[in-house]
Design a binder for this molecule. Structure first.
Ligand SMILES: Cc1cc2nc3c(=O)[nH]c(=O)nc-3n(C[C@H](O)[C@H](O)[C@H](O)COP(=O)(O)O)c2cc1C
Ligand code: FES
Length: 617
């Protein structure tokens, strides 16, 4: 790899790389995202390489490890180019058959194809899989195509083309105007317009300015930023280089969660390779502009993702937030003007520069342009990462892409916005998803977590779960968050254990308002959301817990009692077999009974009865 000294050299290299690749040659891509790693994708890749060697196909077939394809539920995923044949749940035992059948003979291995649960038909090509059909994978699409440890793959996919365009004659102001015009809003939670932030940072006084990428991603269940950094680190770096040029910064940092070793590994390689090509470092592509990037591993606390806490942590201090009367763009890292953006925000930048603000503005809603990546998890058939245009409805995400609720159960709510987001009920399923509409219904976009819940989730318990997380993660610096969130959690604990009091709901509402208004940072500012939104939409569930001493979903043990419905019980004995405390009695084909004194409320009978005969009393 030799240093490129001009944008012309970069374009020549790109042409050479494209010419050297035969697009008709089969390429077996094996997803190596974290989800597929858990399913053993490394062994699958090794098996492909060994089989190809054995069959002496090395010159005819390429094996490429890629980032996450999104459909993690079905991993390990293998997609065979150029046709994009989609194989799911591939194991090492399948490898020799894929080589002999698909690669050599051009036949499909039917059992590895995805079966559409609605039509029962097998789907051959990746783009036809319902999970992908309604997605718009602008940011995430290349994750499944390129090897993140190979910069040449990124160059072939038009990588660093936007940077070349910028250095070829765009002024910093023109770059900022383009991002402003596109109305790119920050994907890290708040949705603040990136172009406005860049403009303020450019105008801020100071010779030294910093650019930071926030890859802390502390939300439970969220892994969008991780997967982007693991699967396409150059897209984030390219965005940062362009941003640094626009703002007038020569030093950048990626603050990445310590628990993301693969992201750190792939990003380290990407930085090294970009430096070797002269795309990072001194005098980038001979333009006179210099920019370096360092990786900083996170402090291991959720609050370290908050901008001022992150800055403190980067400086080597305890990651605690500070009051925001002075903006980070004026005085951030080491008191210098600092521009902080989220991973996904940075990854949007090259696209906007390459394709233009008008193109970007065509996607999305009036106030929220472009796409958003969500991690779709919980009680939904197709869990994984989905990238959708802003304005798509929650119903489309959960049912058309997510495949609906497992086991034919009823949808109850979807929690968006991470731990301090809100729970949205069924009546809002047709809500178009964007920054403003989610706030209107008491939730928020947040960084993109989406947790689906069904009729067996207790909404008071859900609120308690998130408040438990937030009380543990509160840094304790301000009293209202430290004490207020703890107190709200205590009240929820009482309600879910049968000790709820008459006015607890009103007390939670009052406390929630105070905590939201008086906390130092947005952790406390948004912490009451899970409680307030569940009270707003599921007040009757709270009342049933407090006054009726019952948990209708059967989650809160102290408030649950299982009984057997004599009309429905057929005496199959399944409940008796699964009961760990011998609480169920009854003869074959006769009505069974539960001894309440022996019952430990594990729910095994309830979960396993095929006749719906076990009920919550
Ligand atoms: C408690 C807390 C945690 C946060 N964690 C993250 C995070 O993990 N990643 C992120 O990008 N933003 C996080 N944010 C938002 C950041 O403070 C900041 O607004 C964001 O990184 C700015 O980038 P953006 O404008 O591109 O969204 C968090 C905010 C709070 C209050
Ligand atoms: S990790 Fe393979 S599809 Fe997500």
């Amino acid at each position: 790899m030799s240093k490129l000294t001009s944008t012309t050299e970069l374009e020549n290299l790109r042409k050479t790389l494209i010419a050297a690749r035969d697009s008709s040659k089969p390429c077996i891509t094996v997803c190596s995202g974290t989800g597929c790693h858990a399913y053993g994708c490394e062994r699958v890749t090794d098996a492909f390489r060994a089989e190809i060697k054995k069959k002496k196909l090395g010159r005819k077939v390429t094996v490429r490890t890629t980032g996450c394809h999104g459909f993690c539920e079905r991993g390990p995923l293998v997609v065979i180019y150029p046709k994009k044949i989609f194989y799911q749940r591939v194991s090492i035992e399948d490898v020799s058959e894929i080589i002999s059948q698909t690669i050599i003979n051009g036949n499909l291995v039917e059992r590895l194809l995805y079966v559409d649960p609605h039509t029962k038909e097998r789907v051959v090509y990746e783009d036809d899989v319902p999970f992908y059909k309604k997605q718009k994978r602008l940011i995430f699409g290349n994750n499944g195509v390129i090897d993140p440890t190979c910069i040449d793959d990124y160059l072939v996919a038009e990588g660093y083309e936007a940077l070349a365009r910028v250095l070829n004659g765009m002024s910093p102001e023109e770059v900022i105007d383009t991002v402003k015009e596109a109305n790119l809003r920050g994907r890290g939670g708040g949705g603040f317009p990136a172009g406005v932030k860049w403009g303020s940072c450019r105008k801020a006084k100071g010779d030294v300015k910093y650019v930071i990428c926030n890859a802390d991603e502390g939300d439970p269940g969220a892994y969008m930023d991780r997967s982007l950094l693991e699967g396409n680190p150059h897209s984030v770096l390219e965005g940062m280089i362009i941003g640094a040029y626009a703002i007038g910064s020569n030093q950048g940092y990626v603050y990445v969660r310590n628990e993301y070793p693969l992201a750190v590994h792939n990003l380290t390689i990407a930085i090294k390779q970009a430096e070797q090509y002269g795309l990072l470092g001194n005098n980038i592509l001979g333009s006179g502009f210099s920019f370096k990037v360092k990786i900083n591993r996170g402090g291991g606390a959720f609050v370290c993702g908050e901008s001022s806490a992150l800055t403190a942590s980067l400086e080597g201090s305890v990651g605690e937030p500070r009051a925001k009367h002075i903006h980070t763009v004026e005085s951030g890292l080491w008191d210098k003007p600092t521009n902080l953006n989220n991973v996904e925000t940075w990854a949007n930048v090259p696209l906007i520069i390459s394709k233009g603000a008008d193109w970007f503005k065509q996607i999305g809603t009036e106030g929220s342009k472009g796409t958003k990546i969500f991690s779709l998890v919980g009680k939904v058939n197709n869990t994984g990462l989905v990238e959708v245009p802003m304005g798509i409805t929650l119903r489309e995400i959960i049912y058309d892409i997510g495949g609906g609720i497992p086991a034919g159960r009823k949808f109850k709510a979807v929690q968006t916005g991470g731990p301090s987001g809100g729970c949205i009920p069924e009546k809002h399923l047709d809500l178009p998803v964007d920054f403003d509409r989610l706030s209107e219904v008491g939730s928020m976009m947040g960084s993109g977590g989406m947790i689906v819940m069904d009729e067996r989730n207790c909404m008071v318990d859900v609120a308690k779960y998130f408040l438990n997380f937030l009380k543990d993660e509160s840094c304790g610096k301000c009293t209202s968050c430290r004490e207020g969130v703890e107190r709200m959690h205590e009240i929820l604990r009482d309600i879910t254990s049968g000790k709820g009091k008459e006015n607890d709901i009103e007390l939670l509402e009052e406390l929630g308002e105070v905590v939201a208004e008086t906390s130092l940072c947005a952790l406390g500012g948004t912490a009451p959301n899970p409680v307030l939104s569940t009270i707003r939409y599921f007040r009757d569930e709270y009342t049933t817990h407090i006054k009726g001493r019952r948990c209708p979903a059967g989650v809160c043990k102290e408030l649950t009692r299982y009984v057997i419905d004599k009309e429905k019980c057929v005496g199959c004995g399944r409940c008796k077999v699964v009961c760990p405390s011998q609480a169920v009695t009854g003869k074959k084909k006769k009505l069974h009974k539960i001894n309440q004194k022996k019952c430990v409320i594990c729910g095994a009978c309830f979960e396993n009865c095929k006749f719906d005969a076990v009920k919550i009393a």
